[in-house]
Each structure stands twice: as structure tokens, then as C-alpha cells.
Design a protein around this ligand. Structure first.
Ligand SMILES: [Zn+2]
Ligand SMILES: [Zn+2]
Length: 242
């Protein structure tokens, strides 16, 4: 078994960052993202395998692919996995789709209605496309927060004419946006995504009595990529002093 360290690759494992290992024999392995099986001789040291197609997908496509096939019920964990894919940049409008996609996937996996997931995620993608980059600063309306409104609208079937689902969807965006705003700028698509997902989970519990499994404490691993990182001023920074 020959080991190559991640220096020899653009990066190590996209899932866990460990080094890639080239095995002597080819075996059928399931791709971590799409769950399809392929013959391969390369995995990471922890056994993750990523097919060539998923490796080279665009941000929107890998978000859709992973959320369609994942059975996870923790939206924050799903968000962190997707953020490690090289197509998902440090900042960018792909986060506006990432937020409703992981929430929808976790929600339908949790409620046992996985059959509805694909179509709802497709709808979320169409809606999230309308939320342009820089929405937070230019419109005063962070796209990650709007993403939670899209999520609530889709699970409750809200339209502009609805009554209670209309109230809930707008309230959902309002509460995530408030959490994002109170943290203060400058923009960080990672921080705002974490905050929006945490608010969505709290909102679901309070209003729909649905409890999502959420990872207990996030230590953000993207700080070195963010030149505007607030570091000690961000609740998700590893050295946050409260
Ligand atoms: Zn791995
Ligand atoms: Zn794949």
C-alpha cells in the first residue's frame, strides 16, 4: 500500500482532510456524496471515497447531489461537509441554496418523508437563484437568512395568499436575519450559515414541535481562508473567549 500525503494532491480527502491512500487492488466503493458504487483503488485514510463526477461538480450541483442522497438528520453537519468541497467557496451565493437544501434534507430524513425531498430541494434551488451575491450588504437581507424562509415556505406549502404558513415563513426569515444582524459585519457566509441553521432548528422546535439533531459545538475550520474573519469576535472561532 503506497501512501501519498496531501501535499501531492491539491488537497486531501474532501470529506475529512486526511491523506489519500492508493490501495493495491480495485474494489467496489460507495461515493460519499452520491452513494453510487464504483470500482476504485483510492480512498482517504479514513475510508472515504469520492467519485470523479462528484469531485468535479459545481457548488450548486454538489449541494443538490449530496442533499438528495444523504440520510443525515443534522443540517449543520451536512453544511460543514459541503463547505469542505472545493467548489463551495469561502463566500458566495451558493450558501443561499446550501441553507435551505441541508435543512430540507435533514427535515425530510427526520420525518421519514424522503420521497418529497428531491422535488423540494429542486424548488429551493430555483428560488435561491434569485438571491444574488452581496444581498446582505446591498439589500440588508442576508441570503442565508432568506434561505431559512425558503425552507419554511417549502415545508409548510406557503404562497403569497397563505395565512399561517405565510406568517411562519416570514417570521423564520425575520428571526434568522435578526440573529445574523446582531452578530455584526463584515459578511461571513460561514458564520451566517451556522447562525441561520441554528435559528431554523430552534424555530422548528418552538413552532412545529420538531427537534432536529444539531451538532453541539461548532468550531469553524474556515477562519484561515477568510481575511475578514472576526476571530476572537466570532462565536464560532476556535479561540472565542465569549
Ligand atoms: Zn476522508
Ligand atoms: Zn459521487
Amino acid at each position: 500500500m503506497e501512501k501519498l500525503d496531501s501535499e501531492n494532491h491539491k488537497s486531501g480527502c474532501l470529506v475529512c482532510g486526511r491523506e489519500l491512500v492508493y490501495h493495491d487492488t480495485y474494489e467496489s466503493r460507495e461515493c460519499f456524496y452520491c452513494k453510487q458504487s464504483y470500482e476504485t483503488n483510492v480512498t482517504c485514510a479514513a475510508g472515504h471515497y469520492i467519485c470523479d463526477s462528484c469531485h468535479s461538480l459545481s457548488a450548486i450541483n454538489i449541494i443538490r447531489q449530496f442533499c438528495d442522497s444523504s440520510e443525515l438528520t443534522d443540517p449543520l453537519r451536512m453544511a460543514l461537509i459541503l463547505m469542505r468541497h472545493p467548489a463551495v467557496k469561502m463566500h458566495g451565493p451558493e450558501h443561499h441554496f446550501l441553507v435551505p437544501a441541508v435543512l430540507l434534507a435533514a427535515y425530510y430524513n427526520l420525518t421519514g418523508e424522503a420521497a418529497k425531498k428531491k422535488e423540494k430541494i429542486e424548488q429551493a434551488e430555483k428560488r435561491a437563484k434569485q438571491i444574488l451575491g452581496g444581498f446582505c450588504g446591498f439589500y440588508g437581507d442576508c441570503g442565508a437568512a432568506v434561505g431559512t424562509g425558503i425552507f419554511l415556505s417549502l415545508i409548510t406549502g406557503a404562497t403569497p395568499l397563505s395565512v399561517d404558513s405565510w406568517r411562519l415563513s416570514n417570521l423564520m426569515t425575520a428571526e434568522s436575519l435578526r440573529s445574523v444582524a446582531l452578530h455584526g459585519g463584515p459578511r461571513c457566509c460561514k458564520r451566517n450559515t451556522y447562525l441561520a441553521i441554528l435559528e431554523a432548528a430552534r424555530f422548528l422546535k418552538e413552532n412545529l414541535n420538531i427537534r432536529m439533531d444539531i451538532s453541539s459545538k461548532i468550531k469553524c475550520e474556515f477562519s484561515p481562508l477568510n481575511k475578514e474573519c472576526l476571530k476572537e469576535g466570532c462565536v464560532f472561532y476556535s479561540g472565542y473567549k465569549g
